[in-house]
Design a protein around this ligand. Sequence first.
Ligand code: ADP
Ligand code: MG
Length: 359
Amino acid sequence: MSLPTSAPAETATPGGAADHPAISLRGLRKTYGDVVAVDHVDLDIADGEFFSMLGPSGSGKTTVLRLIAGFEQATAGTVELGGSDVTRSAPFERDVHTVFQDYALFPHMSVLDNVAYGLRVRGMKKAERRERARQALETVRLGHLGARRPAQLSGGQRQRVALARAIVLQPRVLLLDEPLGALDLKLREQMQVELKQLQRELGITFVFVTHDQEEALTLSDRIAVFDAGRIQQLGTPREIYENPSSAYVAGFVGTTNLFDAETSQRILGVAGEHAVRPERLRLSPGSDTETPREGEVRLDAVVVETIYLGTGNRVHLRTSDGVELVALEQSTGSLDTREHRGEDVTVRFARADVVPLSS
Ligand code: ADP
Ligand code: MG
């Protein structure tokens, strides 16, 4: 990939960044007065990785992104890009580009000029920057709308212009702060697919901020789950989902059945907190008097509520000793298999599907 001439010299070295992570954060901390926005963040993001930062509002995701981009100065710790320490470098000295949630397009400029703007700032000649901008618009499938103004586009199209404006600069790293947050569900799902394809095509490192766990799970190579300025867990979507390290992560990433220490002891016979995903629970009608099979937990319960989800049912249950559970059943195509409120059922799950939580 050819880099713009104004890019930092070290990143222009062919293969120079390949031995280093695209982004390396060490002991990163940012405070605003008494507010600790980011604390003790250590993180390596590999070249070409689709990396997500997932967490609730206020957990420090945007601040980490702004520290990487250079819009904020770290209170402590370091930021390295491709092996170079940029902790004290200005934003324009960093080979990253940010796509903001509100897109920040210039309303008085055409779509093409919006996309070409960054190249103009870098001093590229008009003919060349228009050609590059046209290519970037083609990449996001908006080649035919270059003459329009942003106000003449739909939300999804504006989102794509914002992306084109970022990729035209060919940064090694693209920072995306809740870029799909303003789109309705259907468009968001479509843009998720397009983002993933774009990232594969371009081979750029994506750092994607979201509070939507499903979005993070479906798009990412790896996810960092944030809480109160810290990374609570770092792993692949599967690791985070199947083996959440804490009750916080288990609860934030997908629905789960959490057993506190007392409940774990009573119904599982084990010490400490545990979690079981709703899709691991199997239900059968009536109460079952047989002894449970080896490696199986069996509980008598009553159906509190069944919620039809289209793809299946979410069944809320209460065990005979008062433990609330949620089960997810895939639809078998027949509504007759639905459990009804007040019905007695037997709940089964494998001990192997019970995940111990550290805290
Ligand atoms: P997120 O993106 O996960 O919602 P942020 O990084 O925006 O979280 O914010 C993390 C914390 O830092 C929040 O408590 C927020 O109020 C605080 N914060 C962020 N920016 C500022 C600022 N410029 N001044 C004061 N507090 C801030
Ligand atoms: Mg934010």
